[in-house]
Every structure is written in structure tokens, then in C-alpha cells.
Ligand binder design. Structure first.
Ligand code: GYE
Length: 326
């Protein structure tokens, strides 16, 4: 009897293993036709102009490729993203892609995807995990580099200033890779000039409303502020509203440096209300489709794909604006 149970258990395991293989990229059976592929995408939310452009680009790229995309918006909540990923696992999609709202706390759900044989692609933001077998590829910007570029502009702008320069930093979502890394890169570069001092640093959650609210409060406690470094355009645009409401001139009385270079940010730069923008491209759709195709073909995509990006001064923004896609 024992032996029989053992055999039944072994049989069940085989069935389970076979289930894993078919839930995955289909490597064992060869590539699936593109119109049979299903990809589940768990988006962060719709917190910024960048995010809206990113969503549109990803949806358009999958439509063009003729691959079905299941899409969910987590409203900037990690628990919602985890729920969405679990539901994609249950539906046995071929690939899961997501932009993790924060860096930590993903190992459990990513292990569930791995156990189900479903490859995971990180887009835009990284996870902080010791186990890099939990995802096949990470496609997105180098946020530390972006922070350094912002810091370099500030360093150059105040190279000849002998007095202290007071800086307010508007941070992105607490615990998010771009908030952590953009702060780190900036701090590293401005440390070269002891006159440059971050007098206050608070999160505005990457939203316009958050940037406005935090700036309103911080202007009161730091009336001598010279510059605002915002981790994205939207918070910088919120800061502009707060500065104007306080009777000051953004771009002159208080300089502003931001990251992203979405249209509204570029317009403010062209108008002289923002002084410098570090580009962060949201156009990740085509590259994500390529990764999905590689996985489907049984190929190994590159583990880290870094987006190419530039920076914009006022003159460059005026020139680039007419052709700006987002
Ligand atoms: O800079 C910001 C968005 O993760 C790179 O998220 C993205 C950031 C982007 O809300 O605007």
C-alpha cells in the first residue's frame, strides 16, 4: 500500500512539473505564435506625466506586436501590485512584467512566479533582492547617474559662489529605486563643494500635489532657500505653483532642477521657470516586447538593459519641444 501511495505521489509530482513547463515560456514546446502569447503587466499607478507616457507606450508596443497585454494599475500600493502578480500567476500568463513601486518585499511573490515557471521582467524600477534568478531582465534607467547629472549642474552653477547655497530636495516615493538612487547620486556630486547644503528633504510621492504641498511647508521653515532639486518634473511643477503663490519667481528667486523631461516640464524649462532637466525616458515598450519575444524563443535576454538619456538646458528645451512625444 505504501508503495502505491509513493507511486501516486511521484505521478502527481510529474504532472505538477509538466504544468510548470507549460506555464512558462514554452521553451520545451518551442515558441508560441505571437497571437497566442499573453503578458501580464503590473503598473505602479498614474502618479505622474512620466507614468502616463510609460503606460501608453507599453500598451501601444504590445498592440503593434499583436501580443495580448493584461494591464493593472496598483495606485502606488505594493499590496495591489502583489495581488495583480498573483492573479497573473493564477491565469498562467506567459510572461509577467512589472515596475516595482518600492525596492523591497518582493521575494515571496517572485518565488511564486518562479515556482509556476513564469518568467518575470522588471521594467523601469529595480527590486532589492539577493536572488537575481527571480527575474530574467531589468530594463530601465540608471537613476544614480541621473542624480549625478543633476548634481553636476548644481556644482557648475554655483562654482564661483563663496556663500552657502540652501537646497531643498523633493524626494520621490519613499523606498522607490528612483528616489533612493537620485538622492544618492546627487549627494555624491554636490559633496565636492561644502557650500552646497541640502537644508530639507521630504517626499512628495512623485506627484504634482505632493510637490506643491511639501514646498509650501518647506518655504516657510526655510525662507533663505536658493534651489529646489525635485526627483521628477511633476513635483517641480507643484513647487512652481507654491513659489508663485508665495510671491516669488521660480527659476530666478529659487532655481529648480528636475528629472524626467516630459512635455509640461520641458515647457516650464523653456519658459525659464525650471533651470535644468535630466532626461529619464518612459519609452520602454518596444524594448519590453523584444525581451518577451526573446523569452518566447527560448533565448536569454540581457540581464540589465540601460536606457539612453540626455539632459536639457533652456535653449535645448526650446529646440526639442516641438518634436517631444510625451
Ligand atoms: O521619474 C517619475 C515616476 O520610476 C522613473 O516614476 C520612474 C519615475 C519617474 O513617477 O516621474
Amino acid at each position: 500500500m505504501k508503495k502505491l501511495i509513493g507511486l501516486a505521489a511521484a505521478g502527481a509530482m510529474l504532472v505538477a512539473l509538466a504544468g510548470c513547463a507549460s506555464g512558462g515560456s514554452g521553451a520545451a514546446e518551442g515558441p508560441k505564435p505571437l497571437d497566442e502569447l499573453v503578458v501580464g503587466f503590473a503598473q505602479v499607478g498614474a502618479e505622474s506625466g512620466w507614468r502616463t507616457a510609460n503606460t501608453k507606450d507599453i500598451q501601444a508596443a504590445f498592440k503593434d506586436a499583436g501580443i495580448e497585454l493584461k494591464f493593472s494599475d496598483a495606485q502606488q500600493k505594493q499590496e495591489n501590485q502583489i495581488k495583480a502578480i498573483r492573479s497573473y500567476i493564477q491565469q498562467q500568463v506567459d510572461v509577467i512584467a512589472f515596475s516595482p513601486v518600492v525596492e523591497t518585499g518582493w521575494d515571496a511573490v517572485l518565488n511564486e512566479a518562479k515556482a509556476a515557471g513564469i518568467p518575470v521582467v522588471l521594467t523601469d524600477r529595480a527590486v532589492d533582492s539577493k536572488d537575481d534568478s527571480l527575474y530574467v531582465s531589468f530594463l530601465g534607467s540608471d537613476f544614480v547617474e541621473e542624480g549625478k547629472k543633476a548634481g553636476q549642474w548644481v556644482l557648475d552653477e554655483y562654482a564661483d559662489t563663496a556663500e552657502p547655497v540652501e537646497i531643498i530636495q523633493l524626494e520621490g516615493t519613499t523606498g522607490a529605486a528612483p528616489a533612493i538612487d537620485r538622492a544618492e547620486g546627487f549627494a555624491e556630486v554636490i559633496a565636492e563643494n561644502p557650500n552646497l547644503e541640502v537644508v530639507a528633504s521630504q517626499t512628495g510621492d512623485f506627484t504634482r500635489a505632493g510637490g506643491k504641498q511639501v514646498t509650501e511647508a518647506l518655504l516657510k521653515s526655510n525662507p533663505g532657500v536658493d534651489l529646489i532639486y525635485a526627483h521628477n518634473d511633476d513635483m517641480g511643477l507643484g513647487a512652481i505653483e507654491a513659489i508663485e503663490a508665495a510671491g516669488l519667481v521660480p527659476g530666478k528667486d529659487i532655481k529648480i532642477v528636475t528629472v524626467d523631461a516630459v512635455k509640461d516640464g520641458m515647457q516650464a524649462l523653456a519658459d525659464g521657470k525650471i533651470n535644468f532637466i535630466v532626461e529619464c525616458s518612459p519609452l520602454l515598450g518596444k524594448q519590453l516586447v523584444d525581451i518577451v519575444k526573446q523569452v518566447n524563443d527560448g533565448e536569454t535576454p540581457e540581464k540589465r538593459i540601460i536606457t539612453e538619456e540626455t539632459t536639457f538646458t533652456q535653449e535645448q528645451a526650446i529646440e526639442a519641444l516641438p518634436d517631444r512625444q510625451y
